[in-house]
Design a protein. Structure first.
Length: 504
């Protein structure tokens, strides 16, 4: 009688085909991340060509992230059922078609529709890539390295977006920022079936359409309300929209508890590794999004750098973040993961705290150093939290778990911009002297620092200089408070990790 044995995951190593598959997946992640930021520099050209209204311009910018956030959970679960590679290839084809439509859009409505399709396709790609990594790399050390590559590409893509966009816009028309997606998507469709194995849940259960609808009805209103509050301030309408999202989320949770085959197994959140990793992921991205929000404005509107120059000044921090994502796999071989993660968060907290010293007349060096420290710590955090999330579940549920991690990421971005942006704007408005302005000018100036600078162009030279100087001082004061809040949030996350994860 023979006795079957279960192989130790440490003994199951990935082959050359798996690593080639990782390269293909990494380029897909890189492109999605580039696409999230490459549009920013193209907006003036789009406005000149298509002449969208203010509302249409906002939808061109934001509808991608709204749809992406709303569909992540649904697409992650769908991938577990129909096959993650199949969903990945469908998403790649959709993303390519959407990019072609966006590049040659002849109206604002056509471009908004293309961005919606990009959001739907992006929601299939992100959880599928991380879920596939979970099943392709069984060995824990190799999996951490693979997720480090995945995280480095995600962070590097976000940093490369403005640089790539700036170069393309200097040589081609605005649609070129979308056409860069096409070659990569063609490569993914051609090579994916050859180097990426199919994986899915062998017993997925019934797909619940009501849960899918509730998850989108929860995420889209909440993300919309948070983002719009950050830009325009609180209002009863936005509060009502947020309440609708919260109510849908409550209904979604209650439904998951009753279903035999839930879209998300809420019991996962009872696992300390899973729940702590998801929360730490959210808090890390919260901090990074806030730093990017007020940091980019500081470089451009206070220190006076052009957008491309500001992007280059941010490049060291984002490159260090990508390197730290890769280095995390090496670090956890020598020290306990909770220690590596906690130290990374503390380093990021010091980076945020360093920005409290920034002044109107200081050079960019202090910001670059602070952003490098923040990027290094958050790069480590994103790799290890993503690894902990997918490692905490069985391979057949990797897609749904990845979707939870990606949703935390999207919420972190929205909350970071909204909460820390609101802190900056509240201090800015309180310190801005608008007594010499009429009602319309005061309203515009109090909206953003950019609005204040724009209003100053209609003032006499001496008055304009004093007004801009005061506006910049008020913004820097708000930035100091936001940097302090960011530092405290990261320190809280470090303490949480140290207490909840032990030496896992």
């Amino acid at each position: 009688m023979s006795v079957s044995t279960v192989r130790d995951p440490h003994d199951v190593t990935a082959g050359r085909k798996d690593w080639l598959g990782l390269v293909v997946l990494a380029f897909a992640v890189l492109l999605i991340s580039v696409d999230a930021t490459v549009l920013d520099l193209a907006l003036p050209f789009i406005s000149e060509d298509l002449e969208p209204s203010g509302t249409q311009l906002l939808w061109i910018i934001d509808v991608y992230s709204f749809v992406l956030a709303g569909l992540l959970v649904t697409m992650g679960t769908l991938g577990d059922r129909i096959g993650r590679r199949r969903l990945l290839l469908i998403g790649a084809a959709g993303f390519g078609v959407a990019s072609l439509v966006a590049a040659w859009s002849g109206s604002p409505e056509m471009l908004i529709a293309a961005r919606v399709l990009q959001g739907v396709s992006g929601a299939t790609l992100m959880p599928a890539t991380l879920g596939l990594i979970r099943t392709m790399f069984v060995n824990p050390r190799q999996r951490t390295t693979a997720i480090g590559v995945w995280g480095a590409m995600a962070g590097g893509g976000a940093a490369a977006g403005p640089l790539v966009g700036g170069w393309l816009l200097e040589h081609f028309w605005w649609g070129s920022v979308f056409l860069i997606n096409i070659p990569v998507m063609i490569g993914l469709i051609a090579l994916g079936p050859l180097v990426i194995p199919e994986s899915k849940d062998p017993r997925p259960g019934r797909f619940d359409l009501v849960s899918a609808g509730l998850s989108m009805l929860a995420m889209v209103p909440m993300v919309y309300a948070v983002k719009e509050t950050a830009v325009h301030g609180p209002s009863w309408v936005l509060t009502g929209i947020g309440v609708v999202g919260f109510a849908a989320g409550w209904a979604f949770v209650r439904r998951q508890r009753k279903l035999d085959d839930p879209m998300i197994d809420l019991a996962l959140f009872a696992r300390p590794a899973f729940s702590t990793a998801v929360l730490t992921n959210l808090l890390s991205i919260f901090a990074l999004a806030g730093v990017l929000f007020f940091g980019s404005q500081y470089l451009q509107l206070v220190l006076g750098y052009r957008p491309l120059e500001a992007g280059l000044l941010m490049l060291p921090g984002t490159l260090v973040s990508a390197f730290a994502s890769l280095a995390a796999a090496w670090l956890v071989r020598r020290w306990a993961p909770n220690r590596v993660l906690s130290v990374g968060l503390v380093i990021a907290a010091f980076g945020a705290a360093a920005m409290i010293a920034l002044q109107q007349d200081s050079g960019p060096q202090a910001f670059v150093i602070g952003f490098v420290l923040a990027g290094a710590g958050i790069g480590v955090a994103l790799t290890l939290t993503s690894d902990l999330v997918v490692s905490s579940v069985e391979p057949e549920r990797a897609g749904a778990a990845s979707a939870v991690s990606e949703t935390a990421y999207e919420l972190g971005v929205a909350l970071g911009v909204a909460i820390l942006g609101s802190v900056v704007l509240a201090i800015f408005r309180r310190g801005l002297d608008v007594t010499a302005l009429d009602a319309d000018q005061a309203h515009i100036a109090q909206g953003t620092l950019g609005g204040a600078v724009e209003v100053s162009k209609g003032l006499p030279a001496a008055q304009a200089e004093a007004f801009v100087d005061g506006a910049q001082a008020a913004f820097v004061d708000g930035m100091h408070i936001a940097a302090g809040v960011t530092s405290v949030v990261l320190l809280i996350a470090a303490i949480l990790v140290a207490r909840m994860l032990g030496r896992r």
